[in-house]
Design a protein around this ligand. Sequence first.
Ligand code: ACO
Length: 330
Amino acid sequence: MIRRPFVEFAGLGVAVPERVVTNAEFEKTLETSDQWIVERTGIRERRVAPPEQSVAMLARDASLRALAQAGIGPEDLDAIVLATATPDRLLPSTACDLQALLGAKNAAAFDVSAACPGFLYALTVAEGLIASGQGTNILIVGAEKLNTIADPTDRSTAILFGDAAGAAVIRRTSGGTRGVLSTFIKSDGNLANLLYRPGGGAVDPISSKVVAERSHYIKMAGREVFKSAVLAMSDACDQALTRAGMTADQVDLLVPHQANIRIIEATAKHAGMPLEKVMINVDRYGNTSSASIPLAIDQAIAEGRVKPGSILLLVAFGGGFTWASAVVRW
Ligand code: ACO
């Protein structure tokens, strides 16, 4: 039996920096080629934010659009849950900076650290906040400047990432059938060192040694991440569908985290979803981590691929390892 929704997406908004960086730009500084990048990742270009455009500013621009669509103002927000792997500062949270930028004076604000599935983790937190009576309107955000933590001299990671933000207002359903039909979150901390930033935290605080060793940048075992991502995202699709009481043939659009076209294709195959029912925009934006799912949904809506009542299967995987999924009736 299909589960009745408890919360719904009341508004969605995204923001991307203006500057487009094509694969050709990397050919100037790295031993790589447009052909290699397209074949192995599916990425053709990505957006890169300038230093003066903070994560909180990208988040603000996305949030204002989500609020406008929801028909509420910043002061109507009860909580801001911001997912990021690239906070502007380690203290305070970027959510608090966003709260100040928005003037959301009635909200509690905090960050969620769950890497690429962060937006789906934030959605799960929002469900919990609403269920426990903490609030009515919860702003969830995925916002990243991944290019600030990618090593520009490491060709296996420098080419992968894009900067972006996506935001949504989550609220209790008004009794209809549209809304979030299931959520699923899971992690495996034993695999942390396959995708991580060794330096710059409390274990190895920022120092000239950390900078000299470049250990403040992302380190990634690409092949292992790839294999784990396919297995975990495939399982997460099954979990969310089971919890929603649905099967893959009832899904109108699979919206996977946009990390790599080959991970997306393998996940879709396992989920039994034909590629025409899969949202793909990794070619335009690269891997934008926690912003990737809202960015993909927003484009799917603009292209007319998501309409009121459409069933979406959202799924993501990232550093931690963490993975998550959700089924939503739009
Ligand atoms: N250009 C040219 N050659 C490259 C590049 C590049 N940009 N990057 C790596 N190579 C080389 C490697 O050095 C290696 O050379 P060697 O054989 O001489 O040693 C060769 O290509 C093969 O390297 P692999 O790492 O085995 O290549 P693979 O086919 O696995 O592709 C990639 C690498 C694209 C990183 C892939 O493993 C991948 O996408 N993994 C998933 C990682 C990911 O998406 N991480 C993001 C965060 S987690 C997430 O969002 C899911």
